[in-house]
Write a protein that binds this ligand. Structure first.
Ligand code: FES
Length: 158
């Protein structure tokens, strides 16, 4: 857990740094999750209870305790997006990635998740991938978005 220790040292051991430590660390892993051992490690280093770490992980949908893909595709499922066609966007994502909502592609690159309002209803239907928002989506736009992430992933591997 060298990387985790480095992040804790950089952020500082004060308990108010917990969220940033978890975010930095999760982002640094291709598998986008925090394991049980890592929860224990952080709690121990910050001298706080493990339950406090779990409460943060379960409260924010950005976190997970189960392995996920390198890129998390969050699809807004709230009413404005639904009315403007989010179901067709979901169908196309499932079709191109060959997985269902909640699943991760076998190569570990993408995970599909539902989320509540992303705060950009004016460009609904919308999705978020990492920190990027994509709006005014139609099924026809999905293939291009996915291939740009595949390219990014392959370039980083080389
Ligand atoms: S309802 Fe989808 S972004 Fe607000």
């Amino acid at each position: 857990m060298v990387k985790l220790k480095e992040i804790i040292e950089r952020r500082g051991r004060a308990s108010e740094n917990l969220i940033h430590i978890l975010l930095d660390y999760q982002k640094s892993k291709d598998t986008n999750y925090i394991s049980e051992d890592e929860v224990k490690f952080v709690a121990n280093e910050l001298n706080i209870k493990e339950s406090r770490v779990y409460s943060i992980i379960t409260f924010y949908s950005l976190f997970s305790t189960k392995p996920r893909g390198k890129f998390i595709i969050q699809v807004c499922g709230d009413v404005p997006c639904y009315v403007n066609g989010s179901l067709n966007v979901v169908k196309e994502l499932e079709n191109i990635l060959r997985i269902k909502m909640g699943e991760t592609t076998p190569d570990g690159v993408f995970t599909l998740e539902h989320t509540s309002c992303l705060g950009c209803c004016d460009i609904s239907p919308a999705i978020r991938i990492g920190e990027e928002l994509y709006g005014n989506l139609t099924p026809g736009k999905i293939a291009g978005i996915i291939s740009s992430y595949r390219r990014k992933y392959n370039e980083n591997k080389e």
